[in-house]
Ligand binder design. Sequence first.
Ligand code: AMP
Ligand code: GLY
Length: 424
Amino acid sequence: MTILLLGSGGREHALAWKMLQSSLCTKLFVAPGNAGTETIATNFDLNILDFEAIKKTVLQERIEMVVVGPEDPLVHGIYDFFKNDSELNHIPVIGPSQKGAQLEGSKEFAKEFLVRHAIPTAAYDSFTKETVEKGCQFLETLQPPYVLKADGLAAGKGVLIIQDLEEAKTELRNMLVHSKFGTASAKVVIEEFLDGIELSCFVLTDGKNYKILPTAKDYKRIGEGDTGLNTGGMGAVSPVPFADKILLDKIENRIVKPTIDGLQKDGIEYKGFVFIGLINVKGEPIVIEYNVRMGDPETEVVMPRIKSDLVELFQAVADEKLNEVTLEIDERSATTIMVVSGGYPEEYEKGKVISGIENIEDSIVFHAGTKMENGQIVSNGGRVLAVTSYGDNFKEAIKKSYQNIDKLHFDKMYFRKDIGNDLK
Ligand code: AMP
Ligand code: GLY
């Protein structure tokens, strides 16, 4: 089967790496891809929001399946574009319909879905420019810190957590009245702050059946000890050591099952990944967000722990027969450490020559922001490489990743040295 994978990050390199282990995948294209995907597949320089250009390539290259990495094409309706086109509608797209993608594309839609299907989530209300004063009054009824969420996609920056009431009111006005996050903050969800440890649950669904993939936890802040600005993720661990059977059963029964049933009840077509962001509040899992894709860097630890054939799983998703295949998980731990450009998540330089990848032993280097330039691998983004290792436990795996990172070099390279230190 000829497959096209859309995206260009560490997540896509890990998905490509896993799909290529399948005998069902005879040719893999990645658009636009990075230097890592270029070494194992064929990169295409395509704008992933230009559906007509994607159509042309799909027909030209006789692509038989499209796998969507990031949320943007999904929120823009790539699934429906294929479904409604007579030349494309026989080609499965792994990813939800545009309606389903609203679970990530609109925080308000997600909250209404959670409440409608009685899935545990933080108490909330949502406000617009017209109701900004009501929003301020609502803030007065809550305890600090205050959680303000831009309704739409805001490149991971749309959530503010603020200690001070007056500052929270000012930021609410900035978001609603002064378009702090553009149209994404035309609506704002204000929600109760949940105090607990975060973890993520990944689900693959065909819309009726589901498989729960390995759990993972990422490290969002740039600085050690979880300080500084939020990033896309500086490292990840799978499985999550504190996610015991009791917690996992609660997650499945109270959250995963009602989510998939809810999609069905609401008539929402969904053939893809659901990434459920959870906070464990004293042993009770509560949903803080849905994403309609895999996480990055979580994919770089989840994929290595899946033993089953990923393309076979995707085919079963397309055929709505996910109940007929088994999902086998590697018992070992997998961890990844992100190596980033100095300055990220603020300004940073690109084009730095990366050396030492060839010396890595016993770890997998997934490329995130890299490209090939004159035969050399150079940095091309904030997050540059994800160094993934296996171990009998997460400590052993993390040690291996750090030993290997010592062999890597590029100008102003940075990584957190405390990944996993918070875990027992
Ligand atoms: P989100 O984009 O919804 O994942 O939010 C970004 C981050 O904000 C999450 O990863 C959490 O760390 C934090 N967060 C979101 N909602 C809440 C909440 N209700 N209580 C505490 N922290 C939250
Ligand atoms: N690592 C978090 C995300 O992919 O959204």
